[in-house]
Design a binder for this molecule. Structure first.
Ligand SMILES: [Zn+2]
Length: 739
């Protein structure tokens, strides 16, 4: 078995093995490269950056939109001025090859100058009023963008063929994108009309227009069609050439840009997205990269998370070593490949810290075997539904009301401006605000509780895929198809545990309200009466049962911002109840309402907890310990006597991720304990971390980064060991006999 699997691994293509990517960015000034020692550059790529796949610019991505120029020789496209006969791709390729570096040029397919656009009338993406997008909203301050349904697509495919003809291993497409409120050009109008047999197009964001959702689907499909064409262009020159484009994340922003990574996946080799670090005036989750890596790597393709090696918008200052190291560690722990872009004008002044920041790549290079074809091993899964991100618009109008901030200072209460938020677009906005916080809050609440989780896409809700899932969480997963509902009911019947929050499953996959009495019955809901108005004032929940070990009965908990008024089916176990609303400050408690906040049901071995609120949303917004502890307690409850897969005594700033490959279970530890702010400057080492993890046939436990054997004991069905010290990242390998 072992031999067979090893043979299988050795047949993996280069891009299916661990890939460490980088891009050197020179913006518009390539003149220095003509004189550069390219042999030394390739050596630096290998020996100082520890990278095995390099992007090199085939067309620049810089102001004022220079996507029309090439850095290599081709009779069909214009060369960037200043390079003369120098062909960057063909000159660098032999040096890259010598060091085993795969060359994947960057092709800018989204940013062009107004001059170039003027030479090609009809190519620009248009807003509804006919204005080109890039004239109203100049890209990065200057330049415009083209439509994937216009004849520009053939220009782009021809460019891709020319890039591949240089002999490189593949290409990365930066864009194209469909920009917000686009595209209403003549080509799109014609195509859309042919599909819908309607003359008009819907106004952007008009949720009352029956054509609106068809327009969303049309945009997604247009992007899929483009990528299919791009892949064909690559394969026409080199059938083994790879291609991928800048993808999308899991929040509702993917709807605006029509980026559906599952639909794009079959037409590209990697599933990738940006998770850049941006300075923010708000609290920033330290685990954003881990969450993105888990999401992207959930599909069949290898995944890549893009991290700019820059301090937010200061492109000529490298990202701090603590932030960059953590980003690489989180990327790999989440099952994805790391990537960074370094802006070369930062190097003369800050090379030392730039190299230090990617030092973790050396560890990944030396231990490649352990990062090859790993799989998630977590028993908890979280469905991050793109159907919901695309189409969720709650029908409950009360949710669109603005909540007061709840702040009082100098005898004055801060009150919310009650904008007129009655429109459908405002309802959508309120719904996505809940959802985006709910998704991030769910993954983070688990991480802060040391509960490893894997992400599932809509497509993964099948009985086969759910076989290895012990607890499935639906964080406000409102839009589910009838088939998904059927599978979930069967999963519970088969003994699986389900935790669903808020309006999970109340709508079909296109966001239409769905009447589903059987689904409500599974959740323990007799009927839904409506929503509470969002409130950040002091409202409460009360624990009304003894089943939650973390909380005694009758203890008060803060009520989340949003909530539903539902009635429980008689006989179901109510764990937590809404208190009657107070509506004002400094008034006495008014007793319990009839509305349950958490309902527990069991069906044979299968268990269901329904939470009548987007609990994760409020965890993400307010970070209250009670929310996290309640989430943990609900998970412990559905886990039962068997206990959670892993126990770890550490602060929430240590993330634990479980992955496996044949013969080993891996415990990835990412320490973000730092100076209580981002950007992080210093990671504070953690000492003597005791970990107990369920594993059988254990032969050896060792810490890969520290290079240490770890003594271990068996306690019940778990192996227990102590990590003497955890710096920013460690991987504990638990070697097991083959099952
Ligand atoms: Zn168009």
């Amino acid at each position: 078995m072992q031999t067979h699997k090893n043979m299988k691994r050795s047949r993996l293509a280069w891009w299916q093995r661990p890939v460490r990517m980088m891009r050197r960015d020179y913006l518009a000034d390539f003149s220095g490269l003509v004189e550069t020692d390219l042999a030394a550059m390739a050596r630096e790529t290998k020996e100082k950056w520890h990278v095995n796949c390099e992007w090199i610019m085939a067309t620049p991505g810089c102001s004022p939109g220079m996507g029309q120029f090439t850095t290599f020789n081709t009779p069909n496209f214009e060369k960037i001025p200043g390079l003369g006969d120098f062909d960057l791709l063909r000159s660098y390729l032999p040096h890259a090859r010598r060091h085993g570096i795969k060359l994947v040029p960057y092709i800018n397919l989204h940013w062009y100058s107004y001059d170039f656009a003027a030479k090609h009338p009809g190519w620009e993406q248009l807003l509804e009023d006919g204005t080109p997008y890039g004239r109203k909203r100049p890209l990065y301050g200057n330049g415009t963008t083209f439509c994937i349904n216009s004849p520009w697509r053939d220009w782009a495919f021809a460019l891709i063929r020319e890039v591949m003809a240089t002999g490189v291993d593949g290409c990365f497409l930066d864009g194209p994108g469909i920009f917000p409120k686009c595209c209403y050009c003549a080509h799109c109008r014609k195509l859309f009309g042919r599909i819908t047999r309607q003359k008009k197009m819907p106004s952007f964001g008009d949720w009352s227009d029956p054509l609106w959702k068809q327009f969303l689907e049309f945009r997604v499909q247009s992007l899929v069609n483009f990528l299919r064409g791009a892949q064909a262009a690559v394969h026409a020159v080199n059938p083994k050439g790879i291609v991928f484009k800048n993808g999308g994340g899991y929040d509702s922003g993917c709807m605006v840009g029509s980026r559906d990574i599952a639909r794009l996946a079959p037409h590209q080799n990697f599933t990738s997205a940006e998770q850049f670090y941006h300075t923010s005036e708000k609290w920033d989750s330290p685990y954003q990269t881990l969450n993105m890596a888990r999401f992207l790597s959930a599909g069949k393709n290898p995944a890549v998370v893009f991290t700019h090696h820059t301090l937010s918008t200061w492109h000529y200052i490298p990202l701090s070593p603590a932030e960059m190291t953590s980003a690489i560690a989180q990327t790999v722990a989440g099952g994805a490949n790391p990537w960074f872009a370094i802006f070369m004008e930062s190097m003369p002044s800050r090379a030392a810290e730039a190299f230090e920041a990617v030092n973790l790549n050396a560890f990944l290079e030396q231990n490649e075997m352990h990062f090859t074809a790993t799989e998630p091993a977590a028993e908890i899964a979280v469905l991050l539904s793109r159907h919901t991100a695309f189409y969720y618009r709650s029908r409950l109008k009360a949710l669109a009301k603005m909540a007061d901030s709840g702040k009082e200072q100098n005898l004055v209460m801060e009150r919310a401006e009650q904008a007129n938020r009655a429109g459908l677009a405002e309802q959508r906005k309120a719904s996505t605000s809940i959802l985006d916080n709910e998704y991030m809050g769910c993954l983070d609440a688990l991480t802060f509780s040391h509960l490893p989780a894997r992400v599932l896409w809509d497509e993964h809700i099948t009985l086969k895929q759910l076989m290895s899932v012990r607890i499935l969480i639906l964080p406000g997963t409102a839009c589910l198809s009838r088939e998904q509902i059927r599978v979930l009911a069967q999963y519970v019947k088969n003994g699986g545990s389900l935790i669903a929050t808020f309006e999970s499953g109340f709508y079909d996959e296109l966001g239409q309200p769905a009447e589903r009495p059987e689904w409500l019955k599974l959740l323990g809901i007799e009927r839904v009466e409506g929503a509470f108005e969002p409130s950040r004032k002091e409202e409460y929940w009360t624990v009304v049962d003894d089943a939650l070990p973390a909380f005694p009965k009758n203890i008060l908990l803060p009520r989340p911002l949003n909530g539903l008024k539902v009635r429980a089916i008689r006989g179901r176990q109510e764990l937590v109840r809404y208190n009657n609303t107070l509506e004002h400050f400094y008034v006495n408690l008014q007793g319990l309402s009839p509305y349950p906040a958490a309902i527990y049901s069991s069906f044979g071995r299968g268990r269901v907890v329904y939470v009548a609120a987007p609990l994760f949303e409020s965890f993400n917004r307010f970070h209250l310990a009670d929310f996290r502890i309640l989430i943990r307690a609900l998970i412990d409850l559905v886990t039962g006597k068997a206990g959670t897969q892993i126990e770890c005594k550490a602060p929430g700033s240590l993330a634990v991720e479980l992955r496996r490959r044949p013969g080993e279970l891996q415990v990835h530890l990412i320490n973000v304990t730092s100076d209580m702010k981002r950007p992080m400057e210093n990671i504070i080492r953690l000492a003597n971390i005791r970990i107990a993890v369920r594993a059988s046939g254990v032969k050896r436990v060792h810490a890969l980064r520290a290079g240490k054997e770890l003594p271990y004991q068996r306690v019940g069905n778990k192996v227990v060991f102590t990590m003497p010290e955890v710096d920013v990242y460690e991987v504990v390998i638990i070697e097991c006999t083959q099952g």
